[in-house]
Design a binder for this molecule. Structure first.
Ligand code: PGA
Length: 251
């Protein structure tokens, strides 16, 4: 069976206003509807919270909605936070958890990420668990990030997780990882997952790559490095580029 490929658009704190978000979503969805998605690439748009509804209204069959973050509690006195239940109500099916920008700028650690992962799984949504080493760190830190983030999550639930390997030095820098580095990280992640769960479960967990992906390099990450898709930042803010990336995967 052909593998399932994911392209997840992480818009981060962009674009600037509702009108622009609506236009970006419409342009992406409109462009995608014109190409033949014969490889069945799963497209997920993750706009900022205030743009979820307008984006959702623009979606067509086969394109899904995701969020970039969540709180681990369902409701209560958590000023400024957004629950998984609220996101589910807005039709989100995926939630990015543990993005390196959240780890670095908002002090999120694996303990907190673990609680968020559990909350997402409890609500039957798909968490996209982002992991990755910083400049100068060994790729081995990914092993502890995975083990700590997945603590107490059993195989039956874990098989619903998507892992995104994003070396921090490759995010937004234009310096994507090499094919060999991505392949090495994928093998290592699969090994860690097979240690935590059964081999069968580990093989069910998609492993994506993220970091300066674009129309020129996307194919090598998927077909050469064997990644199951990509978490796309900058290139997902340009409808034409994002559509081209999807097209590149049809060959
Ligand atoms: P980038 O971001 O594609 O702009 O490097 C990826 C990410 O942070 O998810």
């Amino acid at each position: 069976m052909a593998k399932k490929i994911y392209l997840i658009a992480n818009w981060k704190m962009n674009p600037a206003n509702v009108r622009q978000a609506e236009r970006l979503a419409a342009n992406i969805v409109g462009g995608l509807s014109k190409i033949k998605n014969k490889k069945g690439v799963e497209i997920i748009l993750c706009p900022p919270f205030p743009f979820l509804q307008v984006t959702s209204r623009k979606l067509r069959v086969g394109i899904k909605l995701g969020a970039q973050n969540c709180h681990f509690k369902d409701s209560g006195a958590y000023t400024g936070e957004i629950s998984v239940k609220m996101l589910k109500d807005l039709k989100c099916q995926y939630i990015i958890v543990g993005h390196s920008e959240r780890r670095k700028q908002f002090g999120e650690d694996s303990y907190l990420i673990n609680k968020k992962l559990k909350a997402v799984l409890k609500n039957n949504l798909t968490p996209v668990l982002a992991v990755g080493e910083r400049e100068g760190q060994s790729v081995r830190v990914v092993e502890s990030q995975l083990k700590e983030s997945l603590a107490g999550i059993r195989g039956a639930k874990a098989k619903n997780i998507v892992v995104a390997y994003e070396p921090v030095w490759a995010i937004g820098t234009g310096k994507a990882a090499s094919t060999d580095d991505a392949m090495g990280a994928r093998i290592m992640i699969t090994k860690v997952l097979s240690g935590l769960y059964s081999k069968a479960t580990a093989n069910k967990i998609p492993i994506l790559y993220g970091g300066s992906t674009n129309r020129k390099n996307i194919a090598r990450f998927i077909w050469d490095a064997g990644m199951d898709g990509a978490l796309v930042g900058g290139s997902s803010l340009n409808a034409g580029e994002f559509i081209k990336m999807t097209q590149e995967l049809q060959k």
